[in-house]
Design a protein around this ligand. Sequence first.
Ligand code: MG
Ligand code: ZN
Length: 222
Amino acid sequence: MQHRLLDENDRVAANSRFWLGERGIVALNVMGAPGAGKTQLLERTVRELGPSVPVSVLEGDQQTDRDAQRIRAAGAPVTQLTTGSGCHLNATMVANGLRDLEPREGSLLFVENVGNLVCPALFDIGEAVRVVVMSVTEGDDKPLKYPHIFRTADVLVLNKSDLLEHVPFDVERCLTEARRVAPPLRTFELSALTGDGMQPWLDWLQSLVRAPRQSTATRTRP
Ligand code: MG
Ligand code: ZN
């Protein structure tokens, strides 16, 4: 039964991935524990990237549309996905959200997953990139304790770097262990609160929307 559910999920995810790819929309599945600063990171990203790159957001939460309101206030179109007792997003929720949100061609789409370091990693939602957001107020041994989510991630954002002087967090240890779990992992250390370290993250995001447009052009050439 579990396998059949995952097969169905993967089929819906594959449809979404094709639909997004055809439109040059790059979808990022943003995962992390509650309080890691996922919404805070997206708020600042929307504010700083918004003028140059079209950005929209699917906002997953168990209850309330508070995070969606924050994203809307930052200036991006957003659709709320409320999971109720569900502790992760699945491909069907995201596919339904896409129909409502109608992201623009050549845009970035952030999907903020439910705050949880375990099962969101098990569900393909049709994303192109998986991002784990972790804050320096969490344990620096999280990559070893929750290896699956790090193993499936493409990017690790270490947030709240402004608090490093107040907490016993070993950045080198965390990044080294995360890369040992997931060798190709790309890492960013930043503070979405102060804006410190945001530029490399923004530059990398901008490079993502340029790349698929070129590949679409190549593919449609006769
Ligand atoms: Mg949030
Ligand atoms: Zn779950």
